[in-house]
Design a protein around this ligand. Structure first.
Ligand code: GLC
Ligand code: CA
Length: 546
């Protein structure tokens, strides 16, 4: 077996939305502990928690006021260590979000820095005495946040922030700030986490002062983070969020003697946007093109694939025409769009709740090179609540059952951290775990089956991927070849049934074997005549060695 992160399934969740154990209306760690068995049965191997630290939560917890403890609303450090213990028992790993590009403006460091020019924390942030020329440039949230430097009346100076104005950027040039980052990493590793998602990595390494002629971006910081992590815990993983251009991507992995020297994993943003475009156009071309162009990675480096995450679907790297097509198909109303580049919806409603299409889309994700990352609630096909602001639309309580508050909490409805989706086709009376668990044909049951099937296909996570010519523009045909064998995948992105004819020599002397499919296509597989339903998919093992 290769390294664990190459064949795990990562499940990302927000503790505050998952399960409330003490009835105060806010999800918590004891609630999550009570649901670990659910995640284990689903086939998840690793849980990535969105920030669990104390925070005013003006940005889903990505605005932190203390890096060394748990938000008291979620529980205590004791509860966290209990989570690690219970997860260990089930063979589940826990990853945390490492958000060190910025803090909350309520963090004591910032409060001290702004109040006193001689504060030891003054240089932990980025200040300007005069209005910076790039004040109006480069916000991460266009349409919502306007500036990247805000005047602070207490400090009587301008501070820099790439994100919201309540998230002042840390000055990562300052060696003291770097030392603190390593301390935070060491602390959580010592408690037993399996690794970190590095939030906003490109902003972390960019110049703090665009006018200064230094050597930027400073990937050395990523290298140092990596060294700290690997020294403290050899098998810990770093997964970076870096939605950057193709040329820059490899820099985030780094390379020395053929191995990654910086991050071991990167989210495959480029592939995500290609899949969205392919789904919208019902054309395999965009995925084919990206797969063909993916750079060779250093040994043990890995992509993390995803369809949806806790943010908007970011379409920023598509051309204007391409983006318009995705908007037209999946975000036709202006209110579904966000930050001039994205869609604030869950996948199920984007695909109009079409089960065949949803399964095909997830099958596609699960067969792409990399480690799949799933978002809580997507396994049951949850929807969004567009009456909530910005990305809050897709951050609603997990729908456990058709009972009060979706089984998320026993609090009074007005006490809940966010209202569960109640009405319509995606409301909890219709979409919930309890009903789907009992139904052999539910999306949840489908996910359980396919995730377990994927465990038999280590070549997806660690093998070589190759795109074949299907002769049909709307069908993606690809193979994954690993140490144990070779598997063929077909995905029909269009609603029309079709027929593919492949080279019978693909299987060599072996007899091809169906592993998974959208329907029963019979036992034997004739490679020269492969049927596919509309939105159909098939996983076919070509060959296996032992
Ligand atoms: C990342 C997170 C996003 C957050 C931002 C600022 O992009 O995914 O949710 O708002 O960083 O921390
Ligand atoms: Ca609670």
């Amino acid at each position: 077996m290769e390294r664990w992160y190459r064949n795990t399934v990562i499940y990302s969740l927000d503790v505050s939305m998952f399960q409330d154990a003490n009835g105060d209306g806010i999800g918590d760690l004891p609630g999550l502990i009570s649901r670990l068995d659910y995640l284990s049965r689903l086939g998840v191997g690793t849980i990535w928690l969105n920030p669990i630290y104390p925070s005013p939560r003006l940005d889903g917890g990505y605005d932190i006021t203390d890096y060394y403890t748990i938000d008291p609303r979620f529980g205590s450090l004791g509860d966290f260590s209990e989570l690690l213990n219970q997860a260990d028992e089930l063979g589940l790993r826990i990853m945390l979000d490492l958000v060190v590009n910025h803090t909350s403006d309520q963090h004591p460091w910032f409060q001290s820095a702004r109040a006193d020019p001689d504060s030891p924390y003054r240089d932990w942030y980025v200040w300007s005495e005069t209005e910076p020329p790039d004040r109006w440039l480069g916000t991460a949230f266009p349409g919502v946040e306007k500036e990247t430097w805000t005047h602070d009346p207490v400090a009587d100076a301008w501070y820099r922030h790439r994100f919201y104005r309540w998230q002042p950027d840390l000055n990562t040039d300052n060696p003291e700030v770097r030392a603190e980052i390593y301390k935070i990493i060491g602390y959580w590793l010592r408690l037993g986490v399996a690794g970190f998602r590095i939030d906003a990595a490109p902003f972390l390494v960019e110049s703090r002062r665009p006018d200064e002629p230094t050597t930027w971006p400073d990937y050395g910081l990523l290298r140092q983070i990596r060294e700290t992590v690997s020294w403290r815990r050899a098998d810990a993983v770093l997964l970076a969020e870096a939605n950057v251009g193709d040329e820059e991507l490899l820099e985030y992995f780094g390379e020395g003697d053929g191995e990654p020297t910086r991050m071991m994993m990167l989210f495959a943003f480029r592939l995500n946007q290609a899949i969205m475009l392919a789904l919208a156009r019902e054309d395999a071309g965009p995925v084919r093109a990206v797969l063909d162009r993916l750079p060779d990675l250093p040994r043990h480096a890995q992509w993390a694939t995803f369809l949806r995450n806790h943010d908007e679907v970011d379409l920023g790297r598509l051309s204007d025409d391409e983006r318009e097509d995705v908007f037209a198909a999946f975000g036709p109303e202006p209110d579904m769009r966000l930050y001039d580049r994205g869609i604030r919806r869950r996948l199920a409603p984007m695909l109009a709740g079409d089960r065949r299409r949803l399964e095909m889309a997830y099958s596609l994700q699960l067969t792409m090179p990399g480690t799949p990352v799933l978002r809580y609630g997507d396994e049951i096909g949850m929807g969004e609540d567009l009456s909530r602001p910005e990305r809050e639309a897709i951050r609603t309580p997990m729908q456990w059952s058709h009972t009060d508050n979706a089984g998320f909490s026993r609090a009074e409805p007005e006490q809940l951290i966010a209202p569960p989706i109640g009405a319509g086709p995606y409301g909890y009376p219709k979409i919930n775990v309890t009903e789907q668990r009992l139904d052999p044909n539910s999306l949840l049951t489908w996910f359980e089956r396919i995730l377990h099937t994927r465990r038999e296909c280590e070549e997806i996570g660690t093998g070589e991927h190759q795109v074949l010519d299907s002769g049909q523009p709307h069908v993606l045909v690809h193979t994954a070849t690993g140490q144990r064998g070779r598997t063929l995948f077909l995905h029909n992105l269009s609603p029309d049934p079709c027929h593919c004819s492949l080279d019978p020599r693909l299987a060599g002397d072996s007899t091809p074997l169906g592993l998974a499919a959208d329907a029963d296509y019979g036992t034997g597989v004739d490679l020269t005549a492969i049927d596919l339903n509309g939105y159909g998919y098939r996983w076919i093992r070509l060959h296996r060695s032992f």
